[in-house]
Design a protein around this ligand. Sequence first.
Ligand code: HEM
Ligand SMILES: C[C@H]1O[C@@H](n2cnc3c(N)ncnc32)[C@H](O)[C@@H]1O
Ligand code: SF4
Length: 353
Amino acid sequence: MAQPPKLIAWEFTKSCNLSCAHCRGSSTSKMDKDELSTGESKRFIDEIANFGKPILILSGGEPLVRSDIFEIASYGTHKGLRVVMATNGTMVTSNIADKLKRSGIQRVSISIDGATARTHDEFRGMPGAFEGALNGIEILKNTGIGIQINTTITKRNIKEIPDIFEFAKNIGSDALHIFMLVPTGRGKEIEKDEIPPEEYEDILNWFYEKQKSSPIQLKATCAPHYFRIALQRSQEENKNPPFKKEGYNAMTRGCLGGTGFCFVSSKGEVYPCGYLPALAGNIRDEKFEEIWNYSKVFNDLRDVTKLKGKCGICEYKNICGGCRARAYAGTGDYMDEEPYCIYNPKQKSRVSK
Ligand code: HEM
Ligand SMILES: C[C@H]1O[C@@H](n2cnc3c(N)ncnc32)[C@H](O)[C@@H]1O
Ligand code: SF4
């Protein structure tokens, strides 16, 4: 039987006050009537808590758009889950930050996609989004909630990443997590803004160098080949790889979709991650535990022998495994090779297609 998930990201609502260029959920201000109700949300938390004790990421859309978010966060905390929230930061007020704190939320991620207001606002589709996020960060910090900065890397901000790192340190955040643009949802429309594979390699090597002396945690999410790079580099340097196994700063394996992580949509659909539209089931029809244990897609993802192309013959397939969402976006097959990796596996045997 599979281990219960260590992390669940929950699109608590699809609705959002922004309309970012890359948004995987294609979120807008439109409210969806079919979202899980407060009661359904609590029953979902009961199911999760009876099964495991994962970190529950309340995400969206913009989770603060829903007024029952505090009730749900408190409910999760009381059931023994570590509840965190992902927000664009623009809706945070002192009152909201107090309620988040009281609901037991210990860390909140705020997305910052540029070191300047201009880059961030253009990407996030709203003038003032940068100021709003900075204001939100300040308030959350004053309330004593831990801050994580989430940054999606694209051609539009690649040159600003060192400044975003400085920014994340200066505002006293606990962590900077970088995300790689996945061409899904509205992200499909800005596919041209994906940085080329060689630049991925450069930025992830830069990231590896920085994490050696960084006072804040640096984590590359959805860049599974960071694990290959960090392993290659640490072997060259005769060092242990820089990965923690437990807690908020854990990094265990390249892609955790289906093995340690899953995504639940606002309508209760369960997916390996928010960027891979391969449906595993719906919590309205089946128990979450059954979907997690028995769905085809999760079982496929747990079996590295099913990986195709160069991922299938790669000596790093157990710790990297490629981005399954990017493979799916490229060919429609989520077990196909990761298209944004420049590494050539040593084994030259026949590549299964
Ligand atoms: C919307 C915001 C967030 C999203 C979409 C997100 C997404 C993800 C994803 C997709 C993974 C799995 C890595 C992979 O499959 O490549 C992950 C891992 C993780 N995230 Fe986040 N995350 C968010 C916010 C947070 C927050 C706020 C925290 C902590 C307070 C956090 C802590 C972690 C940890 C501990 C892991 C596990 C890493 C491992 O064991 O390898 N994340 N996140
Ligand atoms: C949780 C994080 O996911 C980011 N995010 C939203 N859509 C995409 C996408 N298509 N590709 C990569 N990251 C994305 C948000 O900007 C937020 O920072
Ligand atoms: S990325 Fe986040 S803030 Fe931007 S539109 Fe999507 S849900 Fe809203």
